[in-house]
Design a protein around this ligand. Structure first.
Ligand code: FAD
Length: 425
């Protein structure tokens, strides 16, 4: 009988545990290691930051769900993985041994790579729900005395969608409060063009997002490297195609939210053979680490090379749809290995994304995520906002009930009726 451990209980780890549990043999034991007992739905953080959601609306206590599903739930967090010993050391000094490990630890937020960046510096973040709460308190202070806003994504960032979302959500909220006319807005991004998204664009995301920015009077700086952030001032270097600085901007701001670069978490970073230099887990096409073949990885913590070389470094986003396909492949592969068979299942790596603007939004389908693609589609409309609200509701229900069936594709096909993802399969 086997010990299977899932490290990390965010989006990918929770889906992983739910999908694996019913597939295991009688006597196999499944454990999940998280940091605290509560799951938070990260895609709703931008709404928390403007007061459209409370923290309690998007959090679920996993203890009860895991107990119901017969999954051991450790909430003290992991200090270090010891792959050569098949052991995870926990923060309280105890250890858990495993036969198979799935690493689902998501990103560490590399604010420290830019002086003054992040919630301990001078910019806000929506990457964690507690950051979003802090961003909200700062926003409430800001509306008392409005001024310029900067939103964007720093060099090395891989997750751009939430930056666009947050810029447009802020615009919507400021218009609701009738103070938008007092707020010059600038979008600062490491992408080479608006709508690149770390994916070299999807469909016409360039045209759609530029047009939306023009409509909403949001200026932008692309190929941007944030040099420093001080209280009320961001220094940004704009580089040319050869990477040389062509202009330095000193941008005043009264409120700023910048997404940082990601790296792998300290519990796994720097383990020879397990991670790349940024601490992301190296995997083959079956989500399996080549050096430690009893270790799989899913989610944002997986190493994926950039789609294109950009003048300012950017990474590839790992979105929910793609993450779920990694989870499904991993579940099939672990079960195959338990039966003495070979692990052959591969994730589909398609991206389907709903980016909310508060009153409308854009949706895109990239199949596969990395171009050239069989499906390369984007669309804009108020329907995207409502679809995202529905998505949140159904997803949280799934997590609360502990449903084990894959969710994303069913939601996209059945609830949204987006059939593009089936076109090329
Ligand atoms: P996470 O959900 O971050 O989970 C990682 C978990 O690992 C965390 O719970 C963490 O506590 C835990 N962990 C870390 N270290 C340890 C340790 N040492 N011991 C134990 N546990 C540990 N994707 C979409 O498809 N659609 C969206 O709308 C969307 N919106 C996003 C909005 C934001 C603001 C961000 C940042 C990302 C968004 N994404 C979206 C991308 C992606 O879907 C999410 O980031 C998703 O949460 C990633 O899942 P994950 O499991 O890899 O990481």
């Amino acid at each position: 009988m086997a010990e299977i451990v899932v490290l990390g209980a965010g989006l990918s780890g929770t889906l992983m545990a739910y999908e694996l549990a019913p597939k295991l043999r009688k006597g196999d034991r499944l454990s999940v290691i998280g940091q605290g007992s509560r799951y938070h739905f990260v895609p709703s953080n931008p709404w928390v930051a403007v007061g459209w959601r409370e923290k309690s609306d998007i959090e679920i206590d996993l203890d009860e769900v895991m107990r119901r599903k017969g999954i051991r739930h450790f909430t003290q967090g992991a200090r270090r993985a010891h792959p050569a010993e098949n052991r995870i050391e926990l923060e309280d000094g105890s250890s858990i041994d495993y036969d198979y490990l799935v690493i689902a630890t998501g990103p560490e937020l590399a604010f420290d790579e830019v002086p003054g960046l992040g919630p301990d510096g001078h910019t806000q973040s929506v990457c964690h729900v507690d950051h979003a709460l802090k961003a909200r308190a700062a926003f409430e202070r800001f509306v008392e005395n409005p001024g310029p806003i900067i939103v964007g994504a720093a060099q090395g960032a891989s997750c751009f969608g939430p930056a666009y979302e947050f810029a447009f959500i802020l615009d919507t909220e400021l218009r609701k409060r009738r103070i938008r006319d007092r707020v010059p807005m600038t979008f600062v991004t490491s992408e080479p063009y608006v709508g690149h998204l770390g994916l070299d664009g999807v469909g016409d995301t360039k045209g759609l997002l530029e047009s939306e920015m023009r409509d909403r009077h949001i200026k932008w700086i692309t190929n941007a490297k944030v040099k420093t952030v001080e209280a009320g001032k961001m220094t940004v270097e704009e580089v040319g195609d050869d990477g040389a600085v062509v202009r330095t901007h000193e941008l005043p701001f009264a409120y700023s939210m910048m997404l940082p670069a990601f790296r792998g978490v300290t519990a796994v970073r720097g383990i020879e053979g397990l991670t790349n230099p940024r601490g992301f887990i190296l995997t083959d096409k079956t989500q399996r680490n080549p050096a430690f073949p009893n270790i799989f990885a899913v989610g944002v913590g997986v190493a994926i090379p950039p789609v294109t070389v950009t003048p300012v470094p950017t990474g590839v986003p790992k979105t929910g749809f793609m993450i779920e396909s990694m989870v499904t492949a991993t579940a099939i592969n672990i079960v195959a290995l338990l039966r003495g068979e070979t692990a052959t299942a591969q994730a589909t790596w398609n991206a389907v994304c709903l980016a909310d603007f508060g009153d409308s939004g854009i949706a895109f389908v990239a199949q596969p995520e990395i171009p050239p693609r069989n499906v390369n589609w984007s669309s804009k409309g108020a329907w995207v906002h409502y679809a995202k609200v529905a998505f949140e509701k159904f997803f949280l229900r799934k997590i609360r009930l502990g449903e084990s069936e894959p969710f994303y594709e069913r939601f996209v096909l059945e609830k949204l009726g987006i059939r593009k993802i089936k076109q090329a399969s």
